[in-house]
Design a protein around this ligand. Structure first.
Ligand SMILES: NC(=O)c1ccc[n+]([C@@H]2O[C@H](COP(=O)([O-])OP(=O)(O)OC[C@H]3O[C@@H](n4cnc5c(N)ncnc54)[C@H](O)[C@@H]3O)[C@@H](O)[C@H]2O)c1
Length: 346
């Protein structure tokens, strides 16, 4: 009970929450305090809950008798039964890069929908502010930060500001990316470097800058947006595919190195998603229909299809998943054998 009260105090006194609307009824606050207590015990944790901090707490608070164990599992059930915070993302601080547009903006909105605090980062400052406007309409605390993910100083300044305003970074969604056409035989070094700096180095810089706080607290989640292009070569996109393959390995490496310190890292590989990045393709007559025809689910993906998976992977519900890639492509990547002529089997 002392722990519940301590957590409750912590919740009510946290300085960065002072500007939020008044707290709901005491019952809700108590439930949140209990939730925090259970999470801190390492069993309902946002990340793996295996970091040093979580381990210490688990030792300190682990119930020693069966009856106590039963009592805690009842608390967990109580929390689960009330599924308003089913994902346990309420008041978690989520940083999203490339949040001005497409998948990043939709992800910001979905995190706000489940009560998370959203830090929207993009080199397009106006677009970022529009995203945070939408988040605010949903009642969420939010911050827009203009930042170029290829510039270490800019990223470090953004991380400093986010931590100053909200005190922590629970989740980082590495999403900022570009698509630039070019055949490998003629692609300039400058274009190659630009693409890799945004699509791969930017992910590394952000993981480092925001990961430091996660490492210090022994808990955190990284979700990186890769692409099915990471494993599928395609015309005019050699640099893009190479950058996304790099993202896939960066994520696995982070999962391996930071897993023992309580941090999970996973990638999502989208297929054909209609966003400003791919919009020019759909302007050509008949492309939408032709694309739909080759996807087993017969539909082009929406930013929401990716955002839903990001939110799940970032949540406590995916607490034992790390170092993995989730392909979200309507089945497109499963169609390779359909191109093989096989008389009698067509
Ligand atoms: N749209 C698709 O079909 C598709 C498919 C697979 C993977 N992806 C990946 O999903 C991610 C999001 O793509 P999207 O389709 O939403 O594209 P988008 O163009 O709508 O959004 C990308 C965002 O990244 C921002 N950005 C670019 N360079 C930046 C930089 N240096 N610093 C900060 N922000 C920067 C842009 O301003 C933009 O807001 C990208 O990594 C992309 O490679 C997209």
């Amino acid at each position: 009970m002392r722990r519940v009260v301590r957590c409750w105090r912590k919740l009510t006194l946290r300085p960065w929450r002072r500007d939020l609307p008044p707290k709901p009824g005491a019952g809700v606050a108590l439930r949140r305090a209990r939730l925090l207590a259970v999470e801190q015990a390492g069993r309902g944790h946002q990340g793996c809950g295996t970091g040093e901090g979580a381990r210490k707490l688990r030792w300190q608070w682990a119930p020693k008798t069966r009856s106590k164990l039963r009592r805690w599992s009842k608390v967990e059930k109580l929390v689960n039964a009330n599924d308003q915070d089913w994902l346990r993302l309420r008041d978690r601080v989520c940083v999203i890069t490339g949040a001005s547009s497409g998948i990043g903006r939709e992800t910001a909105i979905q995190f706000a929908t489940v009560g998370a605090t959203v830090v929207a980062i993009d080199r397009d400052g106006n677009g970022c502010s529009q995203t945070t406007e939408e988040v605010r309409k949903l009642g969420g605390a939010t911050l827009a930060l203009e930042c170029d993910v290829t510039d270490a100083d800019s990223v470090s300044a953004a991380a400093g500001r986010a931590l100053a305003d909200f005190g922590r970074c629970d989740m980082l969604i590495n999403n900022a990316g570009i698509l630039q056409p070019g055949r490998l035989e003629t692609l300039s070094l400058a274009d190659w470097n630009t693409l890799l700096q945004i699509n791969l180095t930017g992910y590394f810089l952000c993981s480092q800058a925001f990961g430091r706080d996660m490492l210090a607290r022994g808990s955190g989640v990284l979700v990186h947006i890769a692409s099915i292009a990471a494993g599928q070569p395609q015309g005019m996109s050699g640099a893009y595919s190479a950058s996304k393959a790099g993202v896939a390995m960066l994520s696995r490496q982070l999962a391996f190195e930071w897993g023992p310190r309580g941090i999970r890292s996973n990638t999502i590989s989208p297929g054909l998603i209609r966003t400003p990045l791919s919009e020019s393709f759909y302007q050509a007559p008949g492309v939408k229909e032709r694309r739909e025809a080759i996807v087993p689910l017969r539909a082009i993906g929406r930013p929401l299809d990716i955002a839903n998976v990001v939110v799940f992977l970032a949540s406590f519900r995916a607490g034992y998943i790390t170092g993995q890639d989730i392909v979200v492509d309507g089945g497109l990547s499963q169609t390779l054998m359909s191109y093989v002529p096989r008389p009698g089997y067509d």
